[in-house]
Design a protein around this ligand. Structure first.
Ligand code: IMP
Ligand code: MG
Length: 179
């Protein structure tokens, strides 16, 4: 399946992403203005580029931590069963937490992660997703901030992969098979 030939068509340019992140960071700065140290939690691996750019636009004191949930494997379909592969290093009880995700698709991953994190009783728990595919949703979940709503297309780049490829593209593009 991963051998099937495809090309990537640009969908969201690096420049648009940067502009959107700047605007989102201002809103996040305002939302957490009274925090002593915001815990920014990136969901591995897809959010690694987004979180790096986002935290550099924030003026708040931040701590960066990562969580890894099981994902698609090598395919294009959600497994629907979410497992935690790597947990946070820090405790978050009583703290302000911002979860950073690349894409919310069916919603299973985020719903599972939020349920787990809520159980740890943070003071405030918010979610930012770079991309949202609302038409694919199977679990009711909405990010507090979304970079871009996109149609039901399989996308790559800016940290997001197809079978572990294309994470290093500086833009978001959609996969188009050429066979
Ligand atoms: P959900 O549990 O279906 O919401 O899946 C969310 C996760 O699936 C995201 O964090 C991505 O890792 C992955 N995913 C969803 N859509 C895409 C896509 O278009 N390209 C690559 N990965 C995707
Ligand atoms: Mg992911």
């Amino acid at each position: 399946m991963t051998k099937r030939p495809y090309v990537v068509d640009e969908m969201i340019s690096a420049k648009s992403i940067a502009a959107r992140i700047e605007a989102l960071a201002q809103e996040i700065d305002r939302e957490f203005a009274d925090t002593d140290k915001l815990v920014v939690v990136g969901l591995l691996r897809g959010s690694f580029v987004f979180i790096a750019d986002l935290v550099r636009e924030l003026h708040l004191p931040v701590e960066v931590d990562f969580l890894e949930a099981s994902s698609y494997g090598d395919g294009m379909e959600s497994s629907r069963e979410v497992r935690i592969l790597k947990d946070l290093r820090s405790g978050i009880e009583g703290r302000d937490v911002l979860v950073v995700e690349d894409i919310i698709d069916t919603g299973f991953t985020m719903s599972h992660v939020l349920h787990m994190l809520r159980g740890r009783e943070p003071r405030k728990l918010k979610v930012i997703a770079l991309l949202d595919k609302p038409t694919r949703r199977e679990v009711e979940i909405k990010a507090d901030w979304t970079g871009f709503e996109i149609p039901d297309e399989f996308v790559v780049g800016y940290g997001i992969d197809f079978a572990q490829r294309n994470r290093n593209l500086p833009y978001i593009g959609k996969v188009r098979f050429t066979d």
